[in-house]
Write a protein that binds this ligand. Sequence first.
Ligand code: CP
Length: 306
Amino acid sequence: MGTVTNKHLLDIETLEKCDIEHLLAKGQEFSESLANDTWDKERLKGRVLINMFFENSTRTRTSFEMAAYRLGASIINWDASSSSISKGETFSDTLQCVAGYNPDGIIVRHSEFKAPYTVKALVNCPVINAGDSWRAHPSQALLDALTLIQEKGKLEGLTVAICGDVFHSRVASDNIHLLHKMGTKIHVIAPEMLMPQKLPYEGIKTFTSMEEGLPECDAVMMLRNQKERMEDSDIPDDTEYFNSFGLTQQRLQLAKPDCIVMHPAPMNRGVEIADDVADDPYKSVIFKQMANGLPMRMAILDTYIK
Ligand code: CP
């Protein structure tokens, strides 16, 4: 199998379609080899990686850590709150310090726009973006695509709704890039105050009501309201929001009968999604999607770590 164009995984925008295809094929291979216990458990033996999370995480941090161990690498969970950043050390000095130890890869999450690009300029190893600002979360978009392929057999020709706080969501941003590159039709559904002023591609349909945007959809991706990135005036009342934009069984019936429900999580149950939709045994693939974080991130480490 070939490889990818760039040394770092910084966002979906800078990936070629063939890079995405390569990563998804490898994610599927790891999904199968994890089920059969047949993957190369020493593939990254001797490598030392660093998880540098400047924002909280459950899924991304844990699954990158697990992926590293499953491939035989060691990984250090560097923690911003217990680091010397709390004594005033700058981001740049911190990264230059860590670079001096010559890690084999750095996985970084940060609230600042394009922070992984800054990291890339300061270190000599591959940098993997685990989410920056509202802009990019490439490993999430890839695991979402892997889940869609497993459920629907393809990406091209599907219609996928991305619903909720699209304006502040790095998951929405990178999913829009990925799905567009792979030929998926996209419906963006959001209240006016959470709708991006501009979308990156022509042809993406926008809706300010679930009732208008859900018909014809093969999958619906719900999003968490990113209150940590909102101005006070943007923050919608949870009950009002649920009444207008929450995914209920009644609204889900407007989509195709075999429409699947996705959410990157963490979910705010009763705000963007009803309990009985999140836990629907036939339509919700949310926990399968979370589990796919492992094979997809194994594929990412296998591809980028030398
Ligand atoms: N979806 C996602 O990025 O979850 P975490 O914030 O828990 O990593």
